[in-house]
Design a binder for this molecule. Structure first.
Ligand code: GDP
Length: 390
């Protein structure tokens, strides 16, 4: 019996692997929740970098009037030759002010602006080097001191659950006993269900996966909300140097799975579900935004067409291009001015050149933008503003 002949497409995964490694990966993670819940500490512990070197902490007075200001930190991390551009989007001050109504709005706007930017780039001429700033995951920090979810938590998650993958986090788990953690998790999961909050759903495991994998998957689903502990200090526990928090009665270790779900969260984010979080962002959240945008654009075109139909002379079969503001009278004026300019241009005097420019400026000032033009203007303004905010 002769050996089975191979064409060679079994190398396809290697080709994909080589190409992606060369290109590098990117991931954008958002952290949200009231300040002081340990967001920055956790992010630093997760990626073993100091992302908040130049952070300025506000005093109570500043925080009262503070609106939700969004900041972005980017680091390039490399591990075994694989490069990851990690962006952390922070929402400091969230929930701090006295009046917190609609404090989720600027976060929702931020996510939409990134979708809008991507949509514009994708519809543009050069699609080769698009920078993807879409938010792939939002870690939402829940206070360990309340009784389950607060109204603000419900409002925030409901406002964002169709725009981003929300992963709920039970902050500062070292302030609770194991029984309390268990009870709080059950309560929070029940409330998430009761209020119809759609958090990120881990994909179901295939039936042919091995038992270990199935077990891990089950444990991951049961861990929601991840009870975490963050620390930026290294302490000595049982002769080993570990990241942890030192208390008079003992040490809590960040990476000890008997103490908290930190390792589970990190594995989920980095090792097992990073690609799925990106896929869901692209296939569900961005697709929803895109469909919504296209629907609005179609509606605008139909409206414009109907308006043109009304202004068109009856009996004409061709849609005449309507330039708003340019009527018979204006056209006559333009023709007269053109004539004047042509006449002036024939005389070699630099002054006239200035007049020429001046006239054209004068004309453009009278040219009313069409609806689509003025809309485009609004969009650019919005983007400029958001860039400034960063
Ligand atoms: P952020 O405002 O949400 O970014 O919070 P920070 O990371 O600045 O942390 C606020 C305070 O909480 C700091 O004093 C931290 O040392 C402390 N902290 C951070 N993580 C934990 C934790 O897991 N447990 C406890 N008990 N304290 C923490």
């Amino acid at each position: 019996m002769c050996d089975k002949e191979y064409v060679g497409f079994a190398t396809l995964p290697n080709q994909v692997h080589r190409k992606s490694v060369k290109k590098g990966f990117d991931f954008t993670l958002m952290v949200a929740g009231e300040s002081g819940l340990g967001k920055s500490t956790l992010v630093n512990s997760l990626f073993l970098t100091d992302l908040y070197k130049d952070r300025k902490l506000l005093n109570a007075e500043e925080r009262i009037t503070q609106t939700v200001e969004i900041t972005k930190h980017t680091v390039d991390i490399e591990e075994k030759g694989v490069k990851l551009k990690l962006t952390i989007v922070d929402t400091p001050g969230f929930g701090d002010a006295v009046n917190n109504t609609e404090c989720w709005k600027s976060v929702a706007d931020y996510i939409d602006q990134q979708f809008e930017q991507y949509f514009r780039d994708e519809s543009g001429l050069n699609r080769k080097n698009i920078q993807d700033n879409r938010v792939h995951c939002c870690l939402y920090f829940i206070s360990p001191f309340g009784h389950g979810l607060r109204p603000l938590d419900v409002e925030f998650m409901k406002a964002l659950h169709e725009k981003v993958n929300i992963v709920p986090i039970l902050a500062k788990a070292d302030t609770l006993t194991p029984t309390e953690v268990k009870k709080k998790k059950i309560k929070i999961r029940e409330e998430i269900e009761q209020y119809g909050i759609k958090i990120y759903q881990f994909p179901d495991c295939d039936s042919d996966e091995d038992e270990d994998f199935k077990q891990q998957d089950h444990q991951l689903k049961e861990s929601i909300p991840f009870a975490v502990i963050g620390s930026n200090t290294v302490v000595e526990a049982k002769g080993k140097r570990v990241r942890g928090r030192l208390y008079p009665w003992g040490i809590v270790e960040v990476e000890n799975s008997a103490h908290c779900d930190f390792v589970k969260l990190r594995n989920m984010l980095v090792r097992t579900h990073m690609q799925d979080l990106k896929d869901v962002t692209r296939e569900t959240h961005y697709e929803n935004y895109r469909a919504h945008c296209i629907q609005n654009m179609t509606r605008m075109v139909v409206k414009e067409r109907n308006r043109n139909k009304l202004t068109r002379e009856s009996g004409t079969d061709f849609p005449l291009p309507v330039v708003p503001g340019v009527g018979d009278e204006t056209e006559k004026l333009i023709r007269e001015k053109d004539e004047e300019v042509r006449h002036a241009d024939q005389q070699p005097d630099s002054h006239h050149h200035y007049d020429h420019e001046h006239e054209s400026e004068h004309y453009s000032a009278h040219h009313e933008p069409s609806e689509s033009e003025s809309n485009a203007g609004t969009h650019t303004d919005q983007r400029d503003l958001s860039d400034e905010a960063l």
